[in-house]
Design a binder for this molecule. Structure first.
Ligand SMILES: Nc1ncnc2c1ncn2[C@@H]1O[C@H](COP(=O)(O)OP(=O)(O)O)[C@@H](O)[C@H]1O
Ligand SMILES: [Mg+2]
Length: 395
């Protein structure tokens, strides 16, 4: 049995396949940092399509004069047990930014050590940066509000690092992954506007916001919609699943020991729809010494569905009762208009709206042709299968 990674492996290179065009495009967006032009970027795409892996590969490949930081908001959210605040994000952001400066250069080493002192203070909720901040010449903001003081300090920090490096560093790239969790803040709008106001003053800091959210979700609108904080000025980039050709070449390259007939390959592609997450988890259940034709693939797919849909089983367990109810209603009844959905669930309009926004932000619900539908076929397949077998949906 092959063992392809189910998450992003810490050693990126051995498992990474293709994405050459995507890397070229994203690098070209970031290349302008060398001319003191900082693009702000948003990368969308369904869960499991390979955004995190692609972005980790991207930042690994950037030249040494570009510092890179990576922050996964879902981890901050998880650690804080589902109550996220702006302040917690700023703490984690500063930590990620400071880690990026940990390089073998005298100038950067000084900066890193100063940053470590600041981090200790931040962790103790002590936002008086007078001593610690002086090394980068960051004026200590004369503000009483602690969060404002902290956010100003953290947001200005990466550009100050570039300035203080005296030409050694040309830019700072900061990836904010699973950014749809920012939607859990009391005012995501204010948070995005804060980013906008700082980034527009900075010539060498590019943020890449990414997450498993649909490109038409409320959260994408809040950050980059016409009335959103960045008002369409962000470069928006969508990551697509592998094509059938790419899927077949990927299998040949990474798991040549698994044999398929021609129609077996077709069926494999139709089951996984080119999502690397499903390709990997499905492959891991297949055996060597078997020639998989279409029928065998279908049989294996249903037999191993729990393993293939493993990501969804975890995500399902994090959803609220109301979110689950909306999903199972749509699976039972098919795509529904808002008013029909309201008629089917037993909670108020307000509650329905709130939960619809959450599900869209999480890339679970889509809205097109005035109807709500489930965006991921693997989630539907798994839930239908469980209902058929157990008589009820998983709790
Ligand atoms: N280009 C790729 N080559 C090989 N495997 C990939 C590639 N992109 C994604 N994967 C695999 O697919 C799974 C999902 O990738 P991930 O980056 O976590 O998706 P996303 O962030 O879009 O939800 C992981 O197991 C990862 O190893
Ligand atoms: Mg990801």
């Amino acid at each position: 049995m092959p063992s392809l990674p189910l998450g992003v492996p810490s050693n990126l290179d051995p498992y990474f396949y293709n994405r050459e065009k995507e890397l070229i495009t994203l690098k070209s967006f970031l290349n302008t940092l060398n001319q003191d032009v900082a693009n702000q970027i948003i990368v969308t795409g369904y869960r499991g399509v390979g955004k995190s892996y692609l972005l980790k590969k991207l930042i690994q490949e950037l030249p040494g004069n570009i510092l890179t930081a990576y922050l996964d908001i879902s981890q901050v959210y998880g650690i804080q047990k589902c109550s996220l605040t702006e302040e917690q994000i700023m703490h984690a952001l500063f930590e990620a930014i400071n880690n990026a400066t940990k390089k073998e250069s005298n100038t950067l080493l000084k900066i890193y050590n100063a940053g470590k002192d600041i981090l200790t203070k931040i962790r103790q909720n002590d936002y008086d940066f007078k001593g610690a901040g002086s090394i980068l010449g960051i004026a200590v903001p004369d503000i009483n509000d602690n969060y404002e003081k902290l956010s100003k300090f953290v947001m200005e920090y990466p550009q100050k690092v570039v300035d203080a490096s005296k030409g050694e560093i040309k830019g700072f790239v900061i990836v904010i992954d699973e950014f749809q969790f920012i939607g859990e803040l009391k005012s995501p709008e204010a948070f995005f506007w804060m980013f906008r106001s700082f980034t527009q003053e900075q010539d060498n800091v590019s943020y890449i916001f990414t997450g498993s959210t649909s490109s038409t979700s409320d959260i994408v609108d809040k950050i980059n919609g016409i009335n959103g904080a960045f008002g369409n000025r962000m470069l928006q980039f969508n990551v697509d699943p592998f094509t059938q050709d790419e899927t077949e070449n990927y299998l040949k390259e990474k798991v040549s020991e698994i044999k398929f007939t021609k129609d077996g390959l077709d069926r494999f592609y139709r089951c996984t729809r080119g999502y690397p997450a499903y390709i990997n988890s499905f492959c891991n259940t297949l055996s060597t010494g078997v020639s998989y034709d279409s029928d065998k693939i279908i049989e294996e797919f249903y037999l191993k569905l729990e393993q293939v849909a493993v990501k969804w089983i975890f995500t399902w367990s994090t959803l609220s009762m109301q979110e689950k109810c909306i999903i199972t209603t749509i699976i039972d009844k098919g795509p529904l208009k808002w008013s029909d959905l309201l008629g089917e669930v037993d909670f108020s309009e307000g509650t329905l709206n709130k939960n619809i926004i959450k599900l869209k932000n999480k890339g679970i619900l889509s809205h097109s042709g005035k109807q709500y539908n489930i965006e991921d076929h693997m989630l539907s397949a798994w839930l239908k299968y469980r209902k058929e077998h157990d008589g009820f949906y998983p709790q």
